[in-house]
Design a protein around this ligand. Structure first.
Ligand SMILES: CC(=O)SCCNC(=O)CCNC(=O)[C@H](O)C(C)(C)COP(=O)(O)OP(=O)(O)OC[C@H]1O[C@@H](n2cnc3c(N)ncnc32)[C@H](O)[C@@H]1OP(=O)(O)O
Length: 409
């Protein structure tokens, strides 16, 4: 088998092979999403061919920036379009492509790779672990009243929590660069968020092709008229579905939630992509009115250079841990002393006794602070060699807020 990067000449073959492997991408672009292939970077697409030249497998990578805890922005590869023809599955084609791709990413000097997994059992063996999570919250309109914020001082505004800002409803084509600017400010402060490159906005990529229904965008502006949030939504059969809510602060989110929850001729409101620990359910007067479903993994993270990755993120508690990390797919093993002081980490090889022994996939899950070491110790995946190592790891890896990624690729 040969694995080679594509050129403009074989991009069509690449796309045909992806369609054949997935068997379900719509041929016709849908407004607001669905143009996934138009954002591909040709020289970052891999085609696997049999010895007689038949294309059988694909994998690609996008160039993104990922926000780490501590608002540190780093380049990452967003792995995508991974597929093997049904006739050639379970013969090692994907394994060969993953090995090839990880070596390529390292050669580019990248220390992190990320992806969205079509199925959860596929990527752990290649060293990826689930690192951000997402859920759907469904609110029936008749139970949609918001609670009066108990912590709000009289000087902060009216007791209803309403703000002096405004909401305007636009069609996507009328938004100009407003959404892109809001998204960019949001993602720079949100651990786990990916950049959405300019051309993705032009191509209307970055959102899943969920529905052919027209999309509306509610844009929130603060009291001075500056845009600080938007909610992109569609209405079908009495259900208003918000597929993306992007705000630079909680006030804008609350105002947009109030707007969609107050929409006439709608029986329920569905918020897609709500991050863990989001205050939305607490903001409802009836806590049980927000029904959580589709609680699942979103962004998977793979560390390619452990010291580089651990020193790149910000840290919020001082401490010292010895991590013994196995990387079975790449046949590597390393033991590292992680020392955190004043928000920064030092990470060097050591032969000290380990505090935690773990697989690189589990380090990927801890890395953005969205999964606790305690959970993975209890699951039997991480081994703690002293009783307080788990508590310390939980405190150390925590981010300033739960990591979250909205970008679809
Ligand atoms: C980031 C993204 O693009 S996600 C999209 C992933 N692609 C898809 O879901 C499209 C449909 N599926 C496919 O094209 C293929 O089944 C792939 C790409 C998932 C797997 O390709 P294959 O060439 O069959 O994988 P390969 O033969 O290298 O398998 C390696 C190992 O993973 C296991 N594996 C592969 N796919 C799966 C799966 N879907 N579920 C569980 N195990 C799997 C294999 O059993 C094998 O295990 P083993 O080493 O213990 O024998």
């Amino acid at each position: 088998m040969q694995i080679r990067s594509t050129t403009d000449d074989d991009l069509d073959v690449f796309i045909d092979t992806v369609y054949a492997a997935f068997g379900r991408f719509p041929e016709t672009p849908i407004e607001g999403g669905g143009l996934w292939w138009s954002a591909l970077e040709t020289d970052r697409c891999l085609l696997a061919r049999t010895a007689d030249g038949r294309p059988v497998g694909t994998a690609a990578a996008h160039s993104f920036e990922l926000t780490l805890p501590g608002e540190s922005l780093v380049p990452v590869s967003g792995v995508t379009a991974v597929g093997v023809l049904p006739s050639h599955r379970r013969q090692g084609v994907l394994s060969a492509m993953m090995r090839h791709q990880l070596a390529q990413l390292r050669a580019r000097g990248e220390f992190l790779s990320v992806l969205l997994a079509s199925e959860a059992p596929i990527y752990g063996r290649f060293g990826y672990g689930p690192a951000t999570y997402t859920a759907r919250v469904t609110v029936p309109r008749h139970r949609a009243a918001l609670a009066v914020p108990r912590g709000r001082g009289a000087a902060d505004g009216p007791a209803t929590g309403a703000t002096d800002g405004s909401v305007e409803v636009l069609r996507r084509a009328e938004c100009g660069e407003t959404l892109e600017e809001i998204y960019d400010r949001y993602r720079r402060a949100q651990p786990g968020a990916l950049s959405r490159p300019h051309r993705w906005w032009d191509l209307r990529a970055g959102q899943p092709p969920i529905s052919p229904a027209p999309r509306y965008v509610a844009v929130h502006r603060d009291a001075d008229g500056a845009p600080d949030g938007y909610a992109s939504y569609s209405i079908e059969s009495g259900t208003l579905t918000v597929d993306e809510t992007v705000t630079t602060d909680d006030t804008a989110f609350t105002a947009l939630a109030r707007f969609v929850l107050g929409h006439d001729l709608v029986s329920k409101v569905v918020f897609e992509h709500v991050q863990p620990e989001h205050p939305l359910r607490w903001q409802l007067a009836d806590f049980r009115a927000g029904e959580v479903s589709s609680d699942t993994d979103w962004l998977w993270v793979r560390l390619l250079d452990i010291p580089a990755a651990l020193t790149a993120r910000g840290w919020f508690t001082d401490g010292e841990l010895v991590l013994d990390v196995e990387d079975p797919f790449l046949g590597e093993h390393g033991r590292y002393l992680l020392t955190v002081r004043d928000g920064k980490a030092d990470c060097v090889p050591t032969d000290r006794e380990p505090d935690l022994s773990l697989d690189v996939r589990d380090l990927g899950s801890l890395y953005l602070g969205g999964t606790t070491a305690g959970t993975l110790v209890r699951a039997g995946h991480i081994r703690a060699h002293r009783p307080d190592a788990t508590t310390l790891a939980d405190a150390l890896f925590r981010a300033e807020r739960s990591p979250h990624c909205l970008h679809w690729f």
